[in-house]
Design a protein around this ligand. Structure first.
Ligand code: AMP
Length: 213
């Protein structure tokens, strides 16, 4: 299965990606996670990506495309992959198309998670991320047992710079201007499946798997 997840920030793509990757036995490739790992490791890539990410802007295509092209050459991605957060604009979608042609392979599906803006703002502004394992919780909808502490690994929970309210509005603009056009792009290829991102995690996972059958 070669799969792309698309949807606005806060639609729960990361959580669903974990379920789907394990269901299909494919690697979960999240460009956001790769950037965050590089920021944590203080690499050159991390230093470059940080200023764009903190401001809610896209990291330049030249950097992101090469990073994904390299990741797709790893052994674990040869019989399938799940891309989460990539492509994020039409230029990246074109780049991926060419990379897959060169690798003599094709995509199987693009799964869109649909969610209204007001719900996105509620979800993102309360989202907290663990510094240890990267897991996410929510101050109201999925509160940890102890405030500020991750239930899974006891790591410290923090609010991502780009989950602060002033940055969320900008990320939504970036999504509608730059990322939303790829939905039409993939609709035209017949690969697009759309599901609602509202509901319990397991319910959405079942919906996603049913849409991909
Ligand atoms: P995410 O974790 O997917 O919400 O991504 C967090 C941030 O990482 C985004 O707001 C961008 O700054 C950056 N990022 C992630 N994926 C991409 C991409 N495909 N192209 C450019 N920037 C990206």
């Amino acid at each position: 299965m070669r799969l792309i997840l698309v949807g606005p920030p806060g639609a729960g793509k990361g959580t669903q990606a974990l379920h789907l990757a394990s269901h299909f036995g494919i690697p979960h490739i999240s460009t956001g996670d790769i950037f965050r790992l590089n920021i944590k490791g203080e690499t050159d890539l991390g230093k470059l990506a940080k200023s764009y990410m903190d401001a809610g802007n896209l990291v330049p295509d030249s950097v992101t495309n090469e990073m994904v092209a390299d990741r797709l050459t790893h052994d674990d991605a040869q019989s399938g992959f799940l891309l989460d957060g990539y492509p994020r604009n039409v230029g990246q979608a074109d780049f991926l198309k060419e990379a897959l042609v060169k690798a003599d392979t094709t995509l199987d599906a693009v799964l869109e998670f649909a969610l209204a803006n007001e719900e996105i703002i509620k979800r993102l502004s309360g989202r907290r991320t663990c510094r240890g394992c990267g897991g996410v919780s929510h101050v109201i909808f999925n509160a940890p047992k102890t405030a500020g502490i991750c239930d899974l690994c006891q790591g410290e929970l923090y609010q991502r710079e780009d989950d602060k309210e002033e940055v969320i509005a900008h990320r939504l603009d970036v999504y509608s201007e730059q990322t939303a056009p790829i939905i039409d792009y993939y609709r035209k290829t017949g690969l697009l499946k759309t599901i609602s991102a509202i509901g319990e995690v397991n319910e959405i996972a079942d919906r996603a798997i049913a849409a991909l059958k």
